[in-house]
Design a protein around this ligand. Structure first.
Ligand SMILES: C[S@@+](CC[C@H](N)C(=O)[O-])C[C@H]1O[C@@H](n2cnc3c(N)ncnc32)[C@H](O)[C@@H]1O
Length: 248
């Protein structure tokens, strides 16, 4: 199942992706300047979850266009790698890193097929925002994370909350609980996705041998963009994003 999901999702992520990023960011130079102005600000709350990055070995799984990787490189990380399945993302990430005059390295591969022995160990592994639904077996993914971490290393997962991802839908400017929180199906046309509950995520992390230190459910204006079609105030009452900090 993972191979089938990854093949469909890879095609979809490669389709015109470089141009999509240019349309979103204006140009490589403009996005580079935004990051150079204040790399920590570009990471937003993720910077607090990551903790001190100076002189750390860091790997960003499913790291997409590299904006977060370039930011941590500018903040003084010793080594920064990105794993992503799409060439188009790597091309954008390398151009961005060049424009910011920092080094990052892409491993363009399915994360589930990583050669962890060859990659070695990292002080920080992070994975964020629209990622777990590409994975069919998250316990296996977290076992890979465990292998990538050095003893005492930190894993940061920041992700859309399943209450938003699986349960609530916007209808006429209101949230309606029309989804099924416990749905386990893999669905989608252009992308094949499996959406995970919070219970499945935490249980899988623990089964993979990681120690969960904190689970933050975010509220307030920081997540306003997740709720962009929602009535004022919704972001203060409903979690749209969660973050798990785990250690090895
Ligand atoms: C929504 S993006 C993640 C957001 C990203 N952290 C950011 O800040 O822009 C999801 C990424 O996962 C990648 N991806 C999907 N399935 C993957 C897989 N099996 N292995 C590695 N990367 C994958 C896609 O190419 C895409 O870049």
């Amino acid at each position: 199942m993972q191979k089938e999901m990854s093949s469909i999702n890879r095609n979809s992520w490669n389709k015109d992706r470089y141009q999509i990023w240019l349309n979103r960011f204006g140009s490589i130079e403009q996005e580079a300047q935004r990051i150079l102005n204040d790399p920590r600000k570009r990471l937003k709350v993720l910077a607090d979850y990551l903790g001190e990055v100076m002189n750390k070995r860091i790997i960003n799984l499913l790291g997409s266009n590299g904006t977060k990787a370039v930011s941590v490189a500018l903040m003084g990380a010793k080594e920064v790698k990105v794993v992503d399945i799409a060439n188009e993302n790597a091309k954008f990430g390398y151009d961005l890193a060049n424009a910011c005059n920092v080094e990052i390295e892409y491993i363009v591969q399915d994360v589930m097929e990583l050669d962890t022995e060859q990659l070695g160990e990292f002080d920080i592994v992070f994975l964020e925002m629209g990622v777990l639904h590409y994975i069919y077996d998250i316990e296996k993914l977290f076992t890979i994370v465990n292998r990538l971490l050095s003893k005492g290393g930190r894993f940061v997962l920041r992700e859309y909350h399943p209450v938003i991802w699986k349960l609530l839908k916007a209808e006429n400017g209101q949230f309606v609980a029309s989804g099924n929180y416990f749905d386990q199906s893999v669905d989608g046309e252009e992308m094949k996705l499996r959406r995970w509950t919070l219970g499945e995520v935490i249980t899988s992390l623990v089964k993979a041998g990681l120690t969960v230190e904190a689970l933050h459910e975010e509220s307030g204006s920081i997540q306003r963009w997740v709720f962009n079609e929602m009535p004022e105030g919704t972001e203060d009452r409903i979690p749209g994003i969660y973050a798990v900090i785990a250690t090895k």
